[in-house]
Design a protein around this ligand. Structure first.
Ligand SMILES: Nc1ncnc2c1ncn2[C@@H]1O[C@H](COP(=O)(O)OP(=O)(O)OP(=O)(O)O)[C@@H](O)[C@H]1O
Ligand SMILES: O=C(O)c1ccc[n+]([C@@H]2O[C@H](COP(=O)([O-])O)[C@@H](O)[C@H]2O)c1
Length: 228
């Protein structure tokens, strides 16, 4: 029978800005899957999408405010410290070197992120470094092979590595767990749109984060560059 080893979960994102959807997902995952640590991991410069509208430092400050007083979630700033284009495989390699081969590392994401995994930098190396945990989000269905369906490298890998919650604790890496969880229908895009239209995103994100956005006049229509 598998023994429980120290387990660290990472929840990576652009967090532009952080909102209650991210925070609830991270907290519920930690509670439901029994991770010893759950770290929010803001990316520096996502290689796969448009540059965020505010600076990495500002996104990080909003995370600090969002996590204040919460012992169950931590902030991991390594991607911001590393700078440059952010690739998850680099982060996992760095962590694996730091933590050694036995600690369980799980990289958590929404299902929308999992569906584009085959476009991530060196994606085939990810499961040799960590487990992947994907949470279903309204409007997205888990990947499925069509009857007599095409060859899909992503589906092949996902099927081969499918595992259970127990595997996340019994093994250090190499399993994919897809978990159904009620997700709050909130997105950073919607929050940015509200602010851009002069409307309040109140109740979608922590009050301290909204106060920071207002104090620094972020996400206004004319403000797209931030203070990089
Ligand atoms: N409402 C939500 N509940 C749970 N997870 C979410 C939610 N929104 C995004 N996520 C997940 O959080 C991670 C980081 O997402 P990201 O920072 O891009 O947030 P977002 O709200 O999707 O932003 P944007 O609208 O700018 O794309 C991704 O894995 C994504 O699937
Ligand atoms: O490494 C990659 O190529 C890669 C491509 C897309 C997304 N990611 C990571 O997935 C996480 C969620 O991304 P996003 O764009 O939804 O914020 C975040 O930690 C990104 O760094 C990583």
């Amino acid at each position: 029978m598998a023994t429980k080893r120290h387990s660290i979960a990472l929840f990576g994102g652009t967090f532009d800005p952080i909102h209650f959807g991210h925070l609830r997902m991270a907290l519920e995952l930690r509670q439901a899957l029994g991770f010893d640590e759950m770290r929010l991991l803001p990316s520096h410069q996502p290689g796969h999408r448009e540059s965020p509208g505010v600076s990495p430092r500002q996104r990080c400050q909003m995370l600090v405010l969002a996590l204040a007083g919460c012992d169950e979630l931590q902030l991991d700033e390594r991607e911001l410290r590393r700078g440059g284009a952010t690739y998850t495989v680099d982060t996992l390699e760095e962590l694996r070197t730091e933590l050694g081969p036995e600690v369980s590392i799980s990289f958590c994401m929404g299902l929308d992120s999992l569906l584009s995994l085959h476009r991530w930098h060196r994606w085939q190396s990810l499961l040799a470094l960590a487990h992947l945990v994907a949470v279903t989000r309204p409007g997205w269905s888990p990947p499925q092979r069509a009857k007599g369906g095409d060859h899909s490298p992503l589906l092949d890998v996902l099927e081969r590595h499918r595992g259970s919650t127990a595997d996340l604790h019994g093994e250090p890496c190499g399993r994919l767990v897809v978990r159904e969880q009620t997700l709050l229908p909130i997105s950073s895009t919607h929050i940015r749109q509200l602010l851009g239209n002069g409307q309040s995103p109140r109740y979608l994100l922590p009050a301290a984060v909204l106060q920071y956005i207002e104090d620094h006049q972020l996400y206004r229509k004319q403000n797209t560059a931030g203070d990089r």
